[in-house]
Design a protein around this ligand. Structure first.
Ligand code: 13P
Length: 254
């Protein structure tokens, strides 16, 4: 049984003060056991967030990491700079990085490797655009995006399937679309890492996941949690999704 993971990708939202206020409120929530929770604020808010979360069950993630440990790479952040302040995981290869900032499969993989070497858990994002889905290329894209992941350590890896057309659009993959993509990704992972590792690897769904659709998506056989954008920015919807993940893990998917 895979333990669900609910991760909030805050993107370029929340100042340091807002991050602190959110986390204090989240810590005051009566969250269910059995669900891993990670919040990923902006880089500048990470030190304050790390202090607030020290000793708590809530994990802290960054939204990007560079592949070198130091050097002349203006505006980049090295993995050791993250682990030093208590960051435990990092999102890599998000579609916004791919489409807006030139991230490629190669650069995402280099970031992921460096992150794992430094001891970070990697949340590795994949997913097709609307054109690719409409062209019938979804599985080919997922195959390409996962082709070289075999160099990573599967025990510190989480996949996030985020269909680009569902991110921030209010459109969500149907349960059938999500399940078939996740099952396909798990087959790919089995080829890369072997069946046992693939069975224990978590594959998150991302793309307009919210309380209203959380049960139906998180209850799917190969959906092991969510990478949440918009609905992670307020404590109530984010907590509701965490509770839905716990319900699904307990077999109550209503
Ligand atoms: P939304 O939940 O806002 O669609 O964003 C999803 C996402 O990009 C998470 O990384």
């Amino acid at each position: 049984m895979r333990r669900p993971l609910i991760a909030g990708n805050w993107k370029m939202h929340k100042t340091v003060a807002e991050t602190g206020a959110f986390l204090e409120d989240l810590l005051a929530e009566d969250l269910p056991p059995g669900v891993d929770v990670v919040c990923c604020p902006t880089f500048v808010a990470l030190p304050a967030a790390a202090m607030i979360l020290t000793g708590s069950e809530i994990g802290l993630g960054a939204q990007n990491v560079h592949w070198e440990s130091s050097g002349a790479f203006t505006a980049e952040v090295a993995a050791q700079m993250l682990t030093e302040i208590g960051v435990g995981s990092v999102i890599v290869g998000h579609s916004e990085r791919r489409t807006l900032f030139g991230e490629t499969d190669e650069s995402a993989l280099a970031r992921a490797r460096a992150a794992q070497v430094a001891g970070l858990e990697v949340i590795y994002c994949i997913g097709e655009t609307l054109d690719e889905r409409d062209g019938g290329d979804t599985f080919a894209i997922l195959e390409r995006q996962t082709a070289n992941l075999g160099v990573l350590d599967p025990s510190h890896l989480v996949l996030a399937y985020e269909p680009v057309w569902a991110i921030g659009t209010g459109r969500t993959a149907t349960p059938t679309q999500a399940q078939e993509a996740h099952a396909f990704v798990r087959l790919r992972l089995a080829k890369l890492f072997g069946g046992d590792a693939a069975e224990s690897l978590r594959i998150l769904y991302g793309g307009s996941l919210k309380p209203a659709n959380a049960h139906e998506l998180l209850g799917l056989a190969d959906v092991d949690g969510g990478l949440i954008g918009g609905a992670s920015l307020d404590v109530q919807p984010f907590s509701a999704i965490i509770r839905a993940a716990a319900d699904c893990a307990n077999g109550d998917e209503s």
